[in-house]
Structures are given as structure tokens and as C-alpha cells.
Ligand binder design. Structure first.
Ligand code: SF4
Length: 313
């Protein structure tokens, strides 16, 4: 249950007035703060938000997510103004794959297809043959004619896909998502002792040991579907804690247990996702600052692998 303070109510009222006046839409990822999810026009995962960005008639898109997501919305909508509430909200995993490094790997394996997780920066997307999300990666990889795949930047999502597509050879970039990586198998097993009848659902960005003991492995949207409809009252969830808010809204009759990890921000908690706040959303709507501006050539080249993904799924 979320509590809205008087200050928040005031901010929300101003945000509502401005988004109407400026024909703006607020898109929010599931890992955003609860109060942002509550007022967003659309809450979704990377793919849902990318599609929504492409379909909207709004003149301005305020993107409450990390920077690569706002960049993706801009690439798909070059004529629209995309505002990012906090430019400091980046993705540590996306930053692990550099343009120069990926280019070198591509030269080393000229017959391989470069499959880039959507969690990559715009310049790196220009080197990709196709973009994937955790929801559609297996389907997209299977549809490619190449037998050799360079997968960037998440080694754990890459391994998870490789197991499901054994007929192809995978070269994995050694990136990882710090919040998901820090969730250990032992922590989940400990919780399982506490809730013996619970099911365990995890995101494939978790490390391989953790993924192996789960009852269900899937993208954020797939976890939502599983957790809210499975036959147990309690579900132990191995993904970012922001999802708890959405799950409790969708089906409040279940108990969603999120583990505590020993480091980073305490739970499976992405500090970068939480850098967007209501006052920052209001501020960008007022000033129209923090606009995503990308060089034309990067936008054109990065759009091709994104559109290829949207055609396949
Ligand atoms: S949860 Fe992980 S992959 Fe997602 S934005 Fe945060 S660091 Fe990046």
C-alpha cells in the first residue's frame, strides 16, 4: 500500500496540469518508486515501454527509467521530445559494454551475429544486428540465421539463453547487473525454509546458481504473470524490489517476499532506478530540460536492430 503525503499530492497535481497542457505522457518502468508508478500513463518493462513510445500521439515523453530506456524511446521517436527526469540515472550493466570493446569482438568473430540486450547505451546499439529484451531473447536468437552469437552485455542472461538454444554457439560479454548478481542462492534457500510452501521466481539477470534453484525464471512481465496467478499464497521474488508495489496492486491477496542482500543498497534494489523522483518529473515538465539528444547517425544506426526486434516479436 502506498502513502501519499501532502507534498506529494501537490506535486502530482502540478504534474497532471502540466502533462495535460503540454500533451505529455509519463512512461515508468516497474522498478521506479511506487509514487511514480501510481501516476504514470503506462507502467511496463523495457519492451512494453518501447512499444508504447512508438504508438503514442503525445508531443513529449517523460521517461521514468534509466538512461538507456529514455534513449531507446528517443531512437524510436526521433521527432518527439523525450525528457529524462534525472540524467544521473544510468545503468551500471549497460556501461560495462563499451563501443570499442564490442567493435573489437565483432572483428574477432566476423561470422557471428551481435545480439544486444536492450540494456546497452545508444552507441553500442549501433554495432548490434538485433536488440533483445529478457522476454523475447530466446525467440529472437532462434529466428536469426547465424549459428554463432555474440551476446552483450549480460553474461547471466546470455548463459540462460544459450541453454535454451543449444544448437548455437555463444560468445558472452562479461557484464552483469550488480543488484541481481548480489542475490545468492543461499539467501533464497533460507527464505524457502521460512516459507516452505512458497514458489521461487527469479529474473535471468541473477547469477546461474540462483537461477538453477528457481521454480520459475522469466522477465519482469513474466514474473508478474506467474507471481499473481500461481497456485501458492507466497512467492519469493528474485528481482528488483520496486516490483513489489506493482504486484501488490495487481493481486493484493498474495504475499510477495523480496530477499535482503548483503551489499549494494540492501535488497535487490537498483539505486539508479530510484534516482527519478516526483519533484524531478515536475521539474523537467516545467523546464523541458534534460532532453535526450543523440547524434543523427547514432539514432539511424541504432534504430535498425531495434526495429528488427519489433518485427520478430
Ligand atoms: S536493475 Fe540492473 S540492469 Fe536494471 S537498470 Fe539497474 S543495474 Fe541496470
Amino acid at each position: 500500500m502506498s502513502i501519499t503525503t501532502i507534498e506529494q499530492k501537490d506535486l502530482i497535481k502540478k504534474i497532471d496540469e502540466l502533462r495535460k497542457k503540454k500533451n505529455a505522457i509519463l512512461l515508468a518502468h516497474y522498478y521506479q518508486r511506487g509514487e511514480i508508478q501510481d501516476i504514470a500513463d503506462v507502467v511496463g518493462d523495457s519492451l512494453e515501454l518501447a512499444r508504447k513510445a512508438q504508438q503514442t500521439n503525445a508531443d513529449i515523453i517523460v521517461f521514468a527509467g534509466v538512461r538507456f530506456m529514455a534513449e531507446t524511446a528517443k531512437i524510436l521517436n526521433p521527432e518527439k521530445k523525450v525528457l529524462h527526469p534525472n540524467p544521473e540515472s544510468g545503468c551500471p550493466m549497460a556501461d560495462m559494454a563499451t563501443y570499442e570493446g564490442v567493435k573489437k569482438l565483432k572483428e574477432q568473430y566476423p561470422d557471428a551475429a551481435v545480439v544486444a540486450y536492450v540494456n546497452t547505451n545508444a552507441d553500442v546499439k549501433t554495432l548490434a544486428d538485433v536488440i533483445v529484451t529478457s522476454r523475447n531473447a530466446v525467440k529472437v536468437v532462434k529466428a536469426l540465421p547465424e549459428d554463432k552469437i555474440i551476446f552483450i552485455p549480460d553474461q547471466f542472461l546470455g548463459s540462460f539463453i544459450a541453454k535454451q538454444v543449444p544448437e548455437k554457439e555463444f560468445i558472452l560479454w562479461k557484464g552483469f547487473c550488480p543488484p541481481h548478481f548480489n542475490l545468492s542462492k543461499e539467501q533464497l534457500l533460507q527464505l524457502k525454509k521460512q516459507y516452505p510452501n512458497a514458489k521461487i521466481a527469479v529474473h535471468p539477470e541473477c547469477n546461474t546458481d540462483t537461477v538453477e534453484i528457481a521454480d520459475f525464471v522469466g522477465s519482469t512481465s513474466q514474473i508478474i504473470k506467474y507471481a499473481t496467478t500461481c497456485d501458492t499464497d507466497t512467492v519469493i521474488i528474485g528481482t528488483e524490489v520496486g516490483l513489489k508495489h506493482w504486484l501488490e496492486k495487481l493481486n493484493p491477496n498474495k504475499n510477495y517476499v523480496f530477499p535482503q542482500t548483503a551489499d549494494y543498497c540492501g535488497t535487490v534494489h537498483c539505486c539508479d532506478m530510484k534516482k527519478n523522483t516526483l519533484d524531478k518529473i515536475l521539474s523537467v515538465l516545467e523546464s523541458e530540460e534534460n532532453e535526450i539528444i543523440l547524434p543523427e547517425d547514432i539514432m539511424e544506426k541504432a534504430k535498425k536492430p531495434l526495429e528488427r526486434m519489433l518485427q520478430i516479436v
